[in-house]
Design a protein around this ligand. Structure first.
Ligand code: BGC
Length: 763
């Protein structure tokens, strides 16, 4: 597709992210290759094809069928089985019944925790704290490995400018740099020193590629994108996460400029293998191979299989197509045995790297060591979860310092999300148990003890729209619908609010509204809850909104109504404790938005690092013939990088180590940040760069560095960012990675709008 010799040397603030020289195969890599080569020689064609099959235990493939498949060497890996005892049975069958005893590996979607559920990834990104994310990765890997798993389908590093897309919740937001850093951190944390270690798992970065850019934010839709946009903004997070050593990559369901990713030889072979030198496995997403027929690039199942394997799909997830059609295709000569060997080699390589050939039970331990109670309380890591969740919360509004609340008087807690154990965990909550999660109401009750009175009313259902209720409850009773009438529910809430000194309302989306297959055209809080907020607001009581949701929402109306707003995402097992910690000031909020909050869905896509236009809108000199919507303010409601604290931070002007920068040299940009308020707290100092004149329009600003800084009241700290040539470089019209001499602007601030600016010249 792209004839260019692409190497991606994008070095961003003090961290070399890309294009390291190709390492010589290490001793162990050579040993691995020898081992795998000799194993392949012993395998029949059917056994090799068996290694390419990845299945989920379920109604279509019950345990008895899997046993037969294991016996015949027809399966390579299993996903969705999450207890050591279940996994052990299958690995025992491999060892006892199969000819070559090639261990299975076991995978699961451990996206933000296995048993202890941490905030959803969007919330993790809102911490802007790599130490916090490292602790999430380590704990998740440990709990997953303790459950016998070897691989996780995570992290998801799909950059997205589309809050309509439900999978925003699973990713790290709209920015390339932030997503790259978070993805890399997660891979390094989950894989640890070695994915074979007892407490580590191998990662599988997803969804390769560009899944976050599906047109209109509609799930499973197609992507059409310029090469510059692709390489500048969307591909770097995948490459960074793979360079961090991820053993796997999951291929996305979308097409890219007309070619489905699953059929995309350029993407999976030229780019991934030849240019990025990826050596692990590629896994198709659920059923993606047969979907090539629907995409209109394969005529029948056999054709789909031929195209997928030739493009570079090693393992086929959840279908029988590879097993059914590859033997015939090889016989006909339509697929070569070398192509089968190549894919099987990748699977065996990762099994080797998982340590499974040394010990097929490495993550299972000896018989008899399985936990008696898989859900035992002492298997959880509550303290870590509470700490990270508090860090993920973003204080959006704090009118007249309504927050933190005093633990006194009467507090009304209202809203359909205030006491929902299931919703607070968010989607992809792995093996998390809802009954173990702490709701906001529980957390607040514990926090106030007997020093304040708490009154509770549900106030409304998540939604009164019966079609949406049916959608959310399609496969399981996910949303409990209160049978009282909306008016009855609201009346009860209003009565409770009237008795209180202050009202805290937990509103937003249910878990299932921000998930796979959960695109929305209306990104407001659902109507039933909006009407509840209106009714409670009418009581005149001070109002704090606690938002729970998995995407940027349009909260324009509620922003005008609430005195305080906390964006808490879906904050996980310890969410209720963490939110209470923030509400009552036991913790100071330090989260920053990883996505732009629009004023209306009509503004989408709306993101901070957009290109300039020839007719920029200037609100100080409004002009009809400039780029804007005439019926709405052009700016976002809350910008990327934004978040308040209970203390204040001031930044000094930017100082540069030199007014000029030359090739092979770096430049240091510094600010002094001071906690000028009265409480200890943290803020995120953010570095943005802008190239005002280049051969291509460059974004108005791009994040190139950040540092989270903790300061006592009155304390100051100098924060320094090192800017190097790569931070100034971009893909030009010829798709060359260049830096063009001239002036650059350095912007440093505590969000993407309020920044201190200084210029320098690159020569
Ligand atoms: C999702 C993937 C997920 C896989 C396995 C698919 O439907 O798109 O993100 O990893 O299922 O659960």
């Amino acid at each position: 597709m792209f004839p260019y010799a692409l190497i991606l040397p994008l070095t961003l603030f003090s961290t070399t992210l890309f294009a390291e020289p190709i390492p010589h195969p290490s001793q162990s890599e050579q040993q691995r290759d020898q081992f795998v080569t000799s194993l392949l020689k012993k395998m029949t064609l059917d056994e090799k094809i068996g290694q390419l099959r990845l299945i989920s235990v379920g109604p279509d493939t019950p345990k008895s069928v899997i046993k037969q498949m294991i016996e015949k060497g027809q399966v390579g890996a299993i996903f969705n089985t999450v207890t050591r005892s279940d996994i052990r049975v299958m690995q025992d069958q491999v060892m006892q019944l199969s000819r070559l005893k090639i261990p299975l590996f076991f995978a699961y979607d451990v996206v933000h925790g296995q048993r202890t559920i941490f905030p959803i990834p969007l919330g993790l990104a809102a911490t802007w704290d790599t130490q916090a994310v490292t602790s999430v990765g380590r704990v998740s890997a440990l709990e997953a490995a303790q459950d016998g798993l070897n691989m996780t389908w995570a992290p998801m590093v799909d950059v997205s400018h589309e809050p309509r897309w439900g999978r925003n919740s699973e990713g790290f937001g709209e920015d390339t740099y932030l997503t790259s850093i978070m993805g890399k951190t997660m891979v390094e944390a989950m894989q640890g020193k070695d994915p074979a270690d007892r407490n580590s798992v191998m990662t599988s970065v997803k969804h390769f590629a560009l899944y976050g850019a599906v047109e209109g934010g509609r799930e499973y839709n197609s992507v059409d994108m310029s090469p510059q946009q692709m390489f500048q903004h969307y591909l770097p997070p995948y490459q960074t996460a793979l360079q961090a050593g991820s053993g796997g990559v999951m291929v996305s369901l979308n097409s890219i400029n007309g070619v489905p990713a699953t059929a995309n030889h350029w993407l999976l072979t030229d780019l991934l293998r030849h240019q990025w030198h990826f050596k692990g496995i590629t896994v198709s997403d659920h059923g993606a191979i047969k979907e090539l027929i629907n995409h209109g690039v394969a005529s029948d199942p056999a054709d789909a299989v031929r195209i997928a394997i030739k493009a570079g799909i090693d393992m086929s997830m959840s279908d029988q197509y590879y097993s059914q059609y590859l033997p015939g295709l090889v016989k006909k000569g339509a697929v070569t045995s070398a192509e089968i060997d190549n894919a099987a080699r990748h699977v065996l390589n990762v099994k080797y790297d998982m340590g499974l050939f040394r010990d097929a039970y490495s993550h299972l331990g000896p018989v008899g060591s399985d936990p008696k109670d898989t859900n035992a309380e002492d298997r959880l890591h509550r303290q870590e979860a509470r700490q990270v969740a508090a860090q993920s919360i973003v204080l959006l509004k704090n009118w007249h310092h309504i927050l933190p609340l005093q633990k006194q008087g009467t507090i009304a807690v209202i809203g359909p999300l205030a006491d929902s154990q299931r919703d607070i965990m968010g989607s992809w909550s792995a093996a998390g148990v809802a009954q173990q999660s702490i709701t906001l109401l529980q957390g607040m009750r514990e926090a106030v003890g007997s020093s304040a009175t708490l009154l509770y009313a549900k106030g409304s259902n998540i939604t009164d729209n019966s079609k949406v209720q049916a959608f959310l409850n399609l496969y399981e009773p996910a949303v409990v619908v209160d049978q009282r009438s909306p008016q009855q529910l609201r009346d009860e809430a209003v009565a409770v609010a009237k008795k209180a000194d202050v009202v805290v309302m937990a509103v937003g989306e249910s878990q299932g509204m921000a998930h796979e297959a959960s695109s929305r055209t209306d990104i407001r809080i659902p109507k039933a809850q909006r009407e509840l907020i209106d009714a409670v607001k009418a009581t005149g009581k001070p109002l704090v909104l606690v938002l729970m949701n998995g995407r940027a929402l349009d909260i324009t109306q509620q922003d005008g109504q609430a005195d305080g707003i906390l964006e808490t995402w879906f904050s996980g097992t310890e969410g209720g404790h963490a939110i209470s910690d923030i509400l009552f000031g036991d913790q100071n909020p330090s989260g920053k938005l990883p996505v732009t909050f629009p004023r209306s869905v009509g503004q989408l896509p709306l993101y901070y690092n957009h290109l300039p236009t020839g007719r920029p809108y200037d609100f100080t000199h409004p002009n009809k013939y400039t780029s804007h919507y005439f019926d709405i303010n052009n700016s976002p409601l809350y910008p990327f990088g934004y978040g308040l604290s209970y203390t204040d931070f001031t930044l000094s002007p930017v100082t540069l180590s030199s007014p000029t920068m030359t090739d092979h040299h770096t430049l240091a940009a510094s600010v002094m940040v001071t906690n000028s308020g009265k409480r200890a707290g943290a803020t995120v100092v953010q570095l943005y760069l802008h190239d005002p004149v280049a051969s291509l329009s460059r974004p108005v600003k791009e994040l190139k560095g950040f540092q989270k800084v903790w300061l006592q009241p009155g304390q100051s700290k100098t924060v320094t960012f090192t800017i190097d040539k790569n931070a100034l470089s971009f893909w030009n019209q010829e798709m060359k990675w260049v830096v063009e001499p001239g002036q650059f602007e350095v912007m440093i601030g505590t969000d993407s709008v309020h920044t201190q600016i200084k210029s320098f010249t690159y020569q």
